[in-house]
Design a protein around this ligand. Structure first.
Ligand SMILES: C[S@@+](CC[C@H](N)C(=O)[O-])C[C@H]1O[C@@H](n2cnc3c(N)ncnc32)[C@H](O)[C@@H]1O
Length: 316
């Protein structure tokens, strides 16, 4: 589609004549993204320049931002390199693919993860609260289950924070677990982190001190109304029945059987689902967490529902 745009041919001609720099290519990509009203896909703080920059650098086998190397911006771009960059811009703009699927990488809690279309792009806000959840823990022989693990970003980040814990990663999707296994290998965690393919607890045979989960919690209606970027992610990672609670109900009903008596369940279930869960499970002693901005301030704005519940308080 881009090929039919006169600017595409002008750009290729300029490259042939040695007149196009990396900076020109990034600006072109950013301008097109702005014009096509791309959805930010949760990462509102990321400018179109940053996205175009990631894609342009990826096309030439580089990764890091140009801030530490401003001279890189003046690097001349060849015709082939430009075609690769324009191909990536097109996939982001026309096909609405999240940038992480195009570069096959995402950062979570400062750790780098391999990602592809089989997993949700890591963005769970639970990491802003890891310290609150985990400060009282005796880490020796501590067992964690990251249920609905996707890329493994949550369980692996916990294992990286705490060198003594054992973590099991569960997902129903074979494709997601292949990604999680790549991330376990890349972080050198094969001795402490294991994958289990399972429909929730069906193939789980251990007791845990902590079950942590960011399950699918979007209602069918919300899913249908969501921007295209979200529809490029696996539906099974997002949608969970008419009111978004199908999976959450099952987790709440079964988690107690897989927790030690002193253990706890921590889950991110989104703001809307949280309102429904609060009404439905009035007797369950949930402790709700607000989203904490990087500045340290708590905020209800854009808040997701994250709760903690002791094993003893969970339904039988
Ligand atoms: C919202 S994504 C979360 C992924 C990851 N934990 C994260 O925070 O980026 C939910 C994950 O749950 C998995 N899932 C959906 N239904 C499941 C089920 N019945 N049993 C196990 N995993 C399931 C999906 O495959 C998807 O990877």
């Amino acid at each position: 589609m881009f090929r039919e745009n006169p600017i595409y041919n002008m750009c290729i001609d300029s490259c042939r004549n040695g007149n196009m720099t990396l900076s020109n290519m990034i600006e072109l990509g950013a301008k097109w993204m702005k014009k096509s009203k791309l959805h930010h896909h949760f990462f509102k703080d990321r400018s179109f320049f940053t996205i175009a920059q990631s894609l342009a650098l990826h096309a030439i086998g580089l990764e890091h931002a140009t801030d530490d190397n401003p001279e890189l911006l003046t690097r001349k771009i060849s015709e082939n390199e430009a075609k690769k960059m324009l191909g990536l811009f097109e996939k982001r703009i026309v096909h609405r693919l999240p940038v992480e699927y195009l570069t096959n990488q995402a950062y979570y809690l400062g750790n780098k993860f391999y990602v592809n279309e089989n997993v949700l792009v890591p963005r769970s806000i639970m990491n802003t609260r890891f310290e609150d959840f985990l400060n009282e823990i005796e880490w020796e022989n501590y067992r964690v289950l990251d249920l609905c693990t996707g890329s493994g970003c949550i369980g692996i980040s916990l294992a990286l924070l705490h060198p003594k814990i054992q973590v099991d990663l569960v997902d129903i999707s074979t494709g997601a677990l292949e990604v999680a296994q790549i991330n376990i290998n890349r972080h050198g965690l094969n001795d402490r982190v294991k994958c289990i393919e399972s429909d929730l607890f069906a193939n789980v045979h251990n007791q845990y001190d902590l079950i942590i989960t960011n399950p699918p919690y979007v209602s069918t209606r919300e899913y249908n109304m969501s921007p295209e970027e979200f529809k490029r992610e696996p539906k099974i990672a997002l949608e969970s029945g008419k009111d978004g609670l199908d999976i959450i109900h099952q987790i709440l009903a079964q988690a107690k059987n897989y927790l030690n008596p002193q253990g706890k369940l921590i889950a991110e279930i989104g703001f809307t689902a949280a309102q429904r869960v609060k009404k439905k499970y009035r007797k369950v002693p949930f402790k709700w967490y607000k989203y904490r901005r990087p500045s340290g301030h708590e905020s209800f704005f854009g808040m997701h529902g994250v709760f903690e519940c002791p094993a003893k308080g969970l339904p039988e």
